[in-house]
Ligand binder design. Structure first.
Ligand SMILES: [Zn+2]
Length: 257
């Protein structure tokens, strides 16, 4: 963070602008918003996945009108299986991605160790291309290259576009996917824990539409687009998914009986 600010200031002064007093806050806030925003967005998509999967599954089974216990069992199985599947899938993909990034960082570390002159020029050129004066770019590169750890951070950021201290936490991401899917899947299941028949179907659909609308509004706050459009899209998709599986359930149910 201190290097980032220092770099920001040299860039600003190289362009003839005085560093603003608020630049430290701006850098920090932007960083913070990106990180938490990404996690929150992933969680909302997880809830959406759980909702769509389970409302479809529950209505598909309900369409065949079996005993209420069977619908409840299907909903619980769908929730548990889906949450484990999402968590395990995220764990594997984030682990693999983090291993890939770690290998790239290791390559960069060896390059800095073996060819510091080439790496120094590379870094200076990157800043020059961004409009920093040649001598300032050279001074910044020299300062960054003085400490191997700082040099590695700068190279990882400028060349790979990543922060070496933030290459992903597989367990945290997996847990967040697991929980968010389970929350979304639990909502259309809830009525079936106490009720059965048409009342349970209607309540399940009403709760699903309510959650879908909420997800739409939250997603609109991330994207800055129209709330109404986002809400309508989310609710529309949920209704279509539920209606189609309900219809399939009815057809298959009639065939089986
Ligand atoms: Zn490099």
């Amino acid at each position: 963070m201190s290097e980032e600010v220092a770099l920001d200031r040299s860039v600003a002064s190289a362009r003839g602008k005085p560093p603003t007093s608020g630049s430290e806050d701006t850098v920090h806030k932007e960083h913070h918003r990106n990180v938490t925003g990404g996690l929150a967005r992933a969680a909302v998509f997880g809830v959406s996945d759980g909702l769509l999967t389970n409302v479809s599954l529950i209505l598909g089974v309900a369409g065949a009108s079996p005993a209420p216990g069977l619908i409840r069992l299907a909903g619980i199985a769908g929730m548990v299986a889906g949450a484990f599947s999402m968590g395990a899938g995220e764990f594997i993909s984030v682990s693999a991605q983090s291993e890939l990034l770690q290998r790239e960082i290791e390559v960069e570390r060896l390059e800095i160790e073996r060819h510091p002159e080439i790496e120094h020029r590379e870094l200076a050129q990157i800043y020059e291309l961004r409009g920093v004066r040649k001598d300032v770019a050279d001074t910044v590169a020299t300062a960054l290259m003085a400490d191997p750890a700082v040099a590695l951070q700068a190279h990882a950021r400028e060349e790979l576009g990543i922060d070496p201290s933030d290459v992903g936490a597989p367990l945290g991401v997996a847990l967040s996917s697991f929980i968010s899917f389970a929350v979304g899947a639990a909502v259309p299941l809830f009525p079936w824990l106490f009720l059965s028949g048409t009342l349970a179907v209607v309540l399940s659909v009403v709760l699903a539409i309510g959650l879908a609308a909420t997800i739409g509004v939250v997603l609109a706050s991330f994207t800055g687009r129209s709330r109404f459009r986002s809400m309508t899209r989310q609710v529309g998709v949920a209704i279509v998914a539920a209606a189609v599986t309900y219809g399939v359930g009815r057809l298959v149910g009639v065939g089986v009986q």
